[in-house]
Design a protein around this ligand. Structure first.
Ligand code: DP6
Length: 335
């Protein structure tokens, strides 16, 4: 009863910020539909992936979770157990488990480690328990660990429904990694841990006077962007993604207390991207709950953009990413 899986992180083009108040907050049901690109890193061996091994055994007397060779406890352990408990009840077993996990990128640096982590966990644990679940079902289980993880079950471009229950809040693929020509350059401004977790942020979203309008606009934008991805319309996708990012940061900055994730270098990067665009180079920015910037671009401009962003004072590192494959099972076990 041992399985391993690898999943990639994703960048949201239509963001999740705030959970539905009608449901148990532990279900992580988002207020709006979201859209993302699952991403595979191409710089310095950083693929932006999580490799997880899990084993269930009647010989274990407690659940053990080891991340980057360190046993974890508290809130992080609870999130893992929540996902595994759901699967244990589907499989009608109560065996304890040991899980080990390794990221090939720094965790909690705004690079969405929880998305790849919970997607890899859901896939590996379902396989170890012999459960035959489809990707839609796996996405709902990954969501119990982290809202954005539902999308990392799939590769390429992904649509996540807010739904109205656990089973209807699932992610599905819009199209595969090769269907829409978009890359991104991640400009890392700060590698440190987030000061305000997304968990706290989701709770504060409803205190912003702009929350309702963001939800309404995001629903429209999610539909539009899905169609534009299928039409391979890079500029229109970029424009909507950038607008949606600003709506989310407007909600963050106007919640009580106000959340500011940007740093001075973040604004410098935004300005550079706007100027490059004015000069005729198609590129757009999107930013999650942190100071790092994803610059969306077409593959033929990726290296040129990476060089430009690398040269900005305050940018610590850049990572070029392309659309990734689906999360997958591997026979390489970590223990
Ligand atoms: C801003 O609840 O998925 O990245 O704290 O990493 O579990 P974790 O985050 P999560 O919220 C993600 C928020 C976001 C936007 C998005 O990915 O949709």
């Amino acid at each position: 009863m041992k399985s391993s899986a690898i999943a990639h992180s994703n960048i949201a083009l239509i963001k999740y910020w705030g959970r539905s108040p009608q449901h148990d907050p532990q279900l992580n049901i988002p207020l709006n539909d979201t859209v993302s690109m699952t991403k595979h890193g191409l710089t310095n061996g950083i693929h932006l992936q999580t490799h997880t091994t899990i084993e269930f055994s009647s010989e274990l007397n407690r659940d053990v979770v080891v991340i980057e060779e360190q046993e974890i406890t508290g809130r992080h352990l609870e999130r893992v157990v929540r996902v595994v408990d759901h699967l244990r009840s589907l499989a009608h077993v109560n065996y304890r488990f040991r899980m080990e996990s390794h990221n090939d990128f720094p965790t909690q640096a705004g690079l969405a480690s929880s998305a790849s982590a919970f997607a890899a966990l859901a896939l590996a644990a379902a396989s170890a328990l012999g459960l035959k679940l489809n990707r839609q079902q796996l996405s709902t289980i990954a969501r119990l660990g982290s809202g954005s993880a539902a999308r990392s079950i799939h590769g390429g471009f992904v649509y996540c429904h807010r739904g109205h229950s656990h089973d209807t809040a699932f992610a599905e693929q819009i199209c595969t990694a090769t269907c829409f020509e978009m890359n991104a350059v991640i400009a890392i401004v700060d590698m440190g841990k987030k000061t305000i977790t997304s968990d706290e942020g989701h709770r504060l979203a409803s205190t912003s006077p702009f929350n309702d309008i963001r939800i309404q606009k995001s629903q429209e934008q999610a539909q539009q962007i899905r169609k534009l991805i299928l039409e391979n319309d890079f500029n229109a996708v970029g424009q909507i993604a950038e607008a949606n990012c600003l709506y989310m940061h407007a909600v963050m900055m106007t919640s009580q207390p106000a959340l500011f994730y940007w740093q001075p270098t973040t604004l410098k990067i935004i300005r550079t991207i706007q100027q490059l665009r004015e000069a005729g180079l198609p590129c757009y920015f999107t930013i999650d709950a942190g100071p790092n910037v994803h610059c969306l671009c077409q593959p033929q401009h990726a290296h040129e953009l990476q060089k430009i962003l690398d040269s900005i004072d305050g940018v610590q590192k850049t990572i070029l990413v392309e659309p990734a494959e689906d999360a997958f099972i591997t026979d390489q076990h970590l223990f």
